[in-house]
Design a protein around this ligand. Sequence first.
Ligand code: AMP
Ligand code: MG
Length: 413
Amino acid sequence: MVSIAQAMALVLGEVGRMGTERVPLAGASGRILAEVVHAPFDVPGFANSQMDGFAARATDLARARETAPVALPVTATVAAGRPLESPVEPGTCVRIMTGAAVPPGADTVVPIEDAVAEGAMVRFTAPSPPGRFVRPAGEDLACGEAILQRGRCLRPPDIGVLASIGCVEVPVSLRPRVAIVGTGDELVPIGRPLGPGQIHDSNAYTLAAAVEALGGVADRLGIVADDRESLRAMLQEAARYDCVLSTGGVSVGDFDYVKEVMDELGLRRRFWRVAQKPGKPLTFAAQPGCLYFGLPGNPVSAMVCFHLYVAPALRASLGRPDIFPATVEVTVAEEMRTAGSLMELVRCRLEREGDRLTARPTGTQSSGALRSLSLADALVLSPPGQDRLRAGDRALALRLHPAEALSTAHPFG
Ligand code: AMP
Ligand code: MG
């Protein structure tokens, strides 16, 4: 038996980097950038007005006062996208629109609200320093600057940043292809009626959804019976994937053949059993180009192992720097009895109470009760040697859905 830290290290030690591909910009959101991106030119490429108003020379306005306005002739109007070729001569100004190029000569913009137009003249009643309401070239992105790092999970504004430099195709990591196999004589696919003693294969669907959420491509290969030959054939077929997730058949039952079959196939098995609850029977093997996770059959155990080991491995293979589960410090809301000898991960709902997050168990902690995981926001850790979490204790928790808000409250209400 290994610790969680040892199991994580053994898994991560086997992870290889996915290759790369180029995808159209519009399809790149959520993908992992495979190369650093530099700005090929300044954005904006020219100094432009931040306001609708008048562009002038700051020196011409230096003496403008409420009591002694400076009046200048308006010699042109500059619209966005239609730059003026000729400079703004001393003692003159131009009307300018937001986003329009500030013409040569002019170095300041006075908003329309602060000036008084009178026929062909405009009166200024205050000075306007150089650079005021002028967005300089390269204000957003400077030519040559590294603007997005390799390994970044591209967010919507990143897509816009790439568009602003005219990027048509983005180099991203290939999505890992993950085979999912359910093992067990009791399993029946959805869409077929359940006979006596049978259950639906839910793991394949939970895992496929989790793989896709991380940017992988999941293939459900179906259900294999608890017999060595079928299992061997299925694992052999799955070897062409980047990663194989089987569930069930890794425990000490009479028909638990997954470990044996992995060994018969010559897969390098790195560990069996981790000092954790749920998910203790996990086994893991590697082969060049393919990781094999023999996940336990219990639905909660399978998913806890996914969060602890499979998700970090997939993130690492994509080249992300943030591979480990997101953590948060919580306050335990009510006493929870825990395993004592193992690291227990307690399914909890998190709630914001003032400036702290409280954690309350979602009900039965049976590793077969998937709803308790469906209701949970986090797994609260109870380290080995500790047989309970007490109300008021501070504890570390792994967030299951870190992108979700923990409150329905109006932030400005
Ligand atoms: P095992 O790890 O094969 O001993 O299975 C442990 C428990 O998980 C048993 O109650 C199985 O019926 C259940 N189980 C195994 N595979 C699945 C699956 N694909 N979907 C839902 N439950 C499963
Ligand atoms: Mg089984």
